[in-house]
Ligand binder design. Structure first.
Ligand code: BJW
Length: 262
């Protein structure tokens, strides 16, 4: 699947001219690293669950061992994955664009592992955990190398020993980290080009960011192999295809002089 050359050239020209670029990524950018997308994550033993039954505070309160097991399986998968050409293309972009903001809904930390140094994480990071009880987040936050797994459920918070740990992610019905959401909203409203990559665009408030950008006058570029459900409009461009192919092509077309384009 290749987008028509004329659309690629048009978008590349806009990217080259842009002073301020914001990128929103979703699970699709990590699909080529072997990390299942959020809505594909429930296969095998997990096929009888729906994401909304596992990624909620209610699910964790009802059955913490089940929810922790699901996250443990997904952490193992993320640890085994490597960033792909799509993640790497987004490491290259800030070298060419005067102001660049990378916003992600992903919890897999693959942008950071690819080399992106400033990533606005809207939904947290699956490789971290924090106290599910009353301990403040910043004093109870742990990286996966810092806790010991148990067979019967989530480990206890080592700070209070009263509550268990929970994944440091944002579940349905929970607030997004205010500073991250504020920054993402401000950049969407102020950019001249907004790239929406590998997201089904159904989960709010992230789903509104591209349309906020479009309303503020930015060109919006959607990168996805499946455009069903994506919006269309005068200033919305569809680059249909996998992010691992489309993003490097776009960077090469916009910045042929870049060493990464050689
Ligand atoms: C490729 C590809 C390739 C494949 N290359 N692409 C307004 C209206 C209605 C409801 C709400 C609303 N505002 C808030 C809500 C409630 C709720 C919500 O949005 N519900 C919807 C289901 C309607 N939102 C919330 O609860 C949020 N909190 C909030 O708003 O607080 C205030 C509030 C609360 C309640 C009411 C009102 C206000 C919190 C949302 C937190 C989302 N958390 C999750 C789980 C994170 C932890 C975990 O991973 O377990 O985040 S849900 C899940 O969806 C995950 C993802 O980040 C997120 C987005 O999914 P994404 O990335 O788009 O993945 P997929 O799988 O859906 O799509 C993959 C795409 O990739 C597809 O399009 C493929 O085609 C494509 N693809 N291969 C490029 N190679």
């Amino acid at each position: 699947m290749t987008p028509p050359a004329a659309i690629m050239q048009e978008v590349a020209g806009r990217l080259r001219a842009a002073k301020r670029v914001a990128v929103l990524t979703g699970a699709g950018i990590s699909a080529e690293s072997g990390v299942p997308t959020f809505r594909d994550a429930l296969t095998g033993l997990w096929a009888r669950f729906r994401p909304e039954e596992l990624a909620t505070p209610e699910a964790f309160a009802r059955d913490p061992a089940l929810v922790w097991r699901w996250y443990r399986m997904r952490r193992d998968m993320v640890r085994a994955a490597e960033p792909n050409a799509g993640h790497r293309a987004l490491v290259e972009l800030p070298r060419h664009v005067p102001r660049f903001t990378l916003i992600t809904q992903n919890v897999d930390a693959l942008h950071r592992r690819a080399g992106s140094t400033d990533v606005v994480e809207l939904h947290g990071d699956i490789t971290r955990a924090r106290c599910a009880g009353a301990c403040p987040r910043d004093t109870s936050l742990l990286h996966e190398s810092e806790w010991t797994e148990r067979d019967d459920g989530p480990p206890l918070c080592s700070r209070c020993s009263a509550a268990s740990l929970r994944p440091d992610v944002v579940w349905f019905g929970e607030m997004l980290p205010p500073a991250a959401l504020e920054r993402a909203t401000a950049e969407a409203g102020a950019c001249d080009l907004f790239l929406s990559v590998g997201t089904s665009n159904v989960v709010e408030p992230a789903a509104s960011l591209p349309w906020l950008a479009a309303r503020a006058g930015a060109a919006v570029v959607v990168v996805n192999p499946d455009m069903a459900g994506q919006r269309s409009g005068a200033n919305i461009h569809h680059l249909a295809g996998p992010a691992g192919t489309i993003l490097p092509q776009l960077v090469r077309a916009a910045f042929p002089e870049s060493p990464a384009s050689a």
